[in-house]
Design a protein around this ligand. Structure first.
Ligand SMILES: [Zn+2]
Length: 219
């Protein structure tokens, strides 16, 4: 639930917590990881093998999703790893829609689709996140699962932005953008967890999480 109006003190507090030293170092690390792993992917051995390229690319989506969520929650307990794994899964799983649209498990067919599959439309992200929030509200799951719409948002956005280096962002039904500049992809990926944390602090989602999950909040 949105707090009616966050006071100036609350905002300042949220900002401080969002940019803790550990989280800033982790997101710089994430940006660096993206850069290094994208260089590694250029090896011709990987580029010449369709399956290897697709699987390693998907694995990177997963790791970026995991890393991003780890920055948001800060890894402190064993159970946090379950959450982080779920974020990685959400980040990777949307590539399955290539195969759904192709109607076959043939990688060649999945890679040469006449159009982009629906989960790669960025408009779907806010729609799905809000639908999820609504469903959770309906079933009164909002306390223990309050993080889920945010996890979906961050996992899917990082995936779309990473795909966006080559394909641009597809904002259906309005069309698509030009391919994203590489620096923009790295900058968005590294700052997304902070943006997410900040809004979560402001909206009280972090408080609910810390009560339910025992996440230690410090400055
Ligand atoms: Zn994709």
């Amino acid at each position: 639930m949105l707090h009616a109006m966050a006071s100036e003190t609350e905002k300042a507090h949220a900002l401080l917590q969002t940019f803790s030293t550990a989280s800033v170092i982790s997101s710089l690390g994430l940006g660096f990881f993206c850069f290094v792993v994208d260089q590694l992917q250029q090896f011709s051995y990987i580029q010449q093998n369709d399956w290897l390229r697709a699987l390693s690319d998907n694995a990177v989506h997963g790791v970026v999703g995991m890393w991003s969520w780890a920055i948001v929650i800060g890894l402190r307990k064993k159970s946090d790893f379950t959450e982080v794994t779920l974020a990685g899964f959400l980040s990777s799983v949307i590539d399955v829609d290539h195969f759904f649209l192709a109607g076959t498990l043939s990688l060649k067919a999945a890679l040469t689709l006449p159009r982009r599959p629906i989960l790669h439309c960025s408009t779907v992200i806010p729609v799905m996140a809000l639908t999820l929030k609504f469903i959770m509200h309906l079933f009164r799951l909002k306390d223990s699962w309050c993080f889920l719409p945010w996890m979906l948002f961050i996992s899917w956005t990082s995936h779309h932005v990473r795909d966006g280096i080559r394909h641009g962002l597809w904002i259906c039904p309005f069309g698509k953008t030009a391919p994203l500049p590489y620096w923009l992809y790295v900058a968005i990926t590294a700052s997304l967890p902070h943006l997410c944390s900040f809004i979560m602090y402001l909206t009280g989602t972090r408080e609910l999480m810390s009560i339910k999950h025992g996440i230690h909040i410090d400055v």
